[in-house]
Design a protein around this ligand. Structure first.
Ligand code: ATP
Length: 355
C-alpha cells in the first residue's frame, strides 16, 4: 500500500478551470474523502490521481514515485465507480476473477485471491450465482471484490454507493469502513454526501469551485469550519449564521449583535471589522423567554428525540435543536442564547473564519 501526494494540481478544460492549485497528502492506509457539491472538481481530481486524466500542471506522487505522466494501468490503482460494470453473463466468481484472468494469473492463485476477497466482503455464499439476479448492494460488493482482488496500491472510489437507497447506503458505509480497517488500504473516496464522508473518512477535503476549502478530520470540520461555505455544507440542519456589522477588539471576548452582547472565543489576531457573521450549530442554540437576540418562532419540526425550531431574527433565520419535551409554539416571541465556547466568527465578505 502507498502514500499519495498531490502537489499544486491544476486542471483546465479550455478556458474553464475545474481544479485550482490543489495539494494534499493521503498517508499510507488512510481513508480520504473528497467532499463537495456537484461540479466542484472532485471527480476530476480523482481521475488525475488515478491516471485517467492528465493534469494541466502539478505533480502526483504514489509511494514516493512521481506518477504524474504514468498511464492508469502503470499506477497500480483500482477504481470503483457508482455504476457497477459487471458482466451479466458471468457468475460472481468469474466477475471477481476477471482482472486476474486478463493478466494471465495462474488458476490456483486466482482461486485463492477470489476466495480471500469474497471472505473480506462476506460474499462467499454468492460466488456461484449469476450476477444478474443480485441486489444493488450485492452487486456493489462484487464490484468491490473485483477491485480488491488486484491487491492494488490504492483504491479510488467515485460515488460507489450513489445508486443505492439511503438505508442500504448507510449499511454499505459501515461495511466499507470495516473492510478498510481490515485491509488498511489507502483509499480516496469521492462523494457529495456529507454523512458518507463523516462516517467513513479519516480526513475530509471539502471542495468548492475547484479549491479545497478545508482539509481536516470529520470532527474538526464539523466543530471548526474554516469558512461559511463549509459550515453550511456540513451538518443537518446547517450551521446558523447571524450577520451583523461591527468591530471586534483584539482579545475581546464578546461582540454586539443588535444591541445584545454575545460572548465569543476572543480572536487570536487582527481586529476584525465590517460585515461579520457569527456561526453557531443548531444544537448550541437555546431559547430564553427574557433577553437574548429577539425573534419569533416560525417553524417547528418534530423529529422524535428532538425538535428543530426555526426562529426569524433581524440578523437572519436561526434553527435551534431542542429536546422534544420543550414546550415551543408557533408565533412565540423568544430570545436566542448561544453556548459561547461553540461559536465561530467569520468575515462576512470573504466567508473565511476569524475565530
Ligand atoms: P459531480 O459530482 O457532479 O461529478 P464533481 O465535483 O465530481 O461533480 P467534476 O466532474 O470534477 O465535478 O467537474 C468539475 C467541473 O469540470 C464541472 O463544471 C464539469 O462540467 C467540468 N468538466 C469535467 N470534465 C470535463 C470535460 N471533459 N470537459 C469540459 N469540462 C469538464
Amino acid at each position: 500500500m502507498a502514500e499519495i501526494r498531490v502537489e499544486n494540481l491544476v486542471k483546465q478544460f479550455d478556458a474553464f478551470t475545474a481544479v485550482r492549485d490543489t495539494s494534499f497528502t493521503v498517508p499510507d492506509g488512510d481513508f480520504f474523502c473528497l467532499l463537495g457539491p456537484s461540479g466542484c472538481g472532485k471527480t476530476t481530481t480523482l481521475r488525475m490521481v488515478a491516471g485517467l486524466e492528465l493534469p494541466t500542471s502539478g505533480r502526483i506522487h504514489l509511494d514516493n514515485q512521481d506518477v504524474t505522466f504514468k498511464r492508469a494501468r502503470e499506477r497500480d490503482i483500482a477504481m470503483v465507480f457508482q455504476l457497477f460494470a459487471l458482466y451479466p453473463h458471468m457468475n460472481v466468481r468469474r466477475n471477481i476473477a476477471f482482472p486476474l484472468v486478463s493478466v494471465g494469473t495462474p488458476k490456483k492463485e486466482i482461486r485463492r485471491r477470489v476466495d480471500e476477497a469474497a471472505r473480506t466482503l462476506r460474499i462467499e455464499h454468492l460466488l456461484d450465482l449469476p450476477v444478474s439476479g443480485l441486489s444493488g448492494g450485492d452487486r456493489q460488493r462484487v464490484a468491490l471484490g473485483r477491485a480488491l482482488v488486484r491487491q492494488p496500491k490504492a483504491f479510488m472510489m467515485d460515488e460507489p454507493l450513489g445508486a443505492l437507497d439511503a438505508e442500504f447506503r448507510h449499511i454499505m458505509c459501515g461495511e466499507l469502513r470495516a473492510m478498510h480497517d481490515r485491509l488498511k488500504a489507502t483509499t480516496v473516496y469521492v462523494t457529495h454526501d456529507q454523512l458518507e464522508a463523516m462516517s467513513m473518512a479519516d480526513v475530509i477535503a471539502v471542495m468548492n469551485g475547484g479549491c479545497i476549502e478545508q482539509l481536516a478530520p470529520p470532527q474538526e470540520i464539523y466543530d471548526r469550519p474554516a469558512s461559511i461555505f463549509v459550515g453550511e455544507f456540513i451538518g443537518s440542519p446547517a450551521m446558523n449564521f447571524l450577520r451583523f456589522e461591527g468591530a471586534v477588539e483584539l482579545g475581546a471576548a464578546q461582540v454586539t449583535v443588535g444591541g445584545i452582547r454575545v460572548a465569543i472565543p476572543a480572536p487570536r489576531e487582527g481586529r476584525p471589522s465590517g460585515p461579520l457573521a457569527l456561526g453557531v450549530r443548531p444544537e448550541h442554540v437555546g431559547l430564553v423567554s427574557e433577553g437574548g437576540i429577539r425573534g419569533e418562532v416560525i417553524g417547528i419540526e418534530y423529529l422524535g428525540t428532538n425538535q428543530i425550531a426555526t426562529v426569524v431574527t433581524t440578523h437572519g433565520m436561526v434553527k435551534a435543536r431542542l429536546p422534544a419535551s420543550d414546550a415551543v409554539s408557533l408565533g412565540e416571541p423568544v430570545g436566542l442564547a448561544f453556548r459561547s465556547t461553540k461559536l465561530s466568527l467569520f468575515a462576512g465578505d470573504t466567508g473565511k473564519v476569524i475565530r
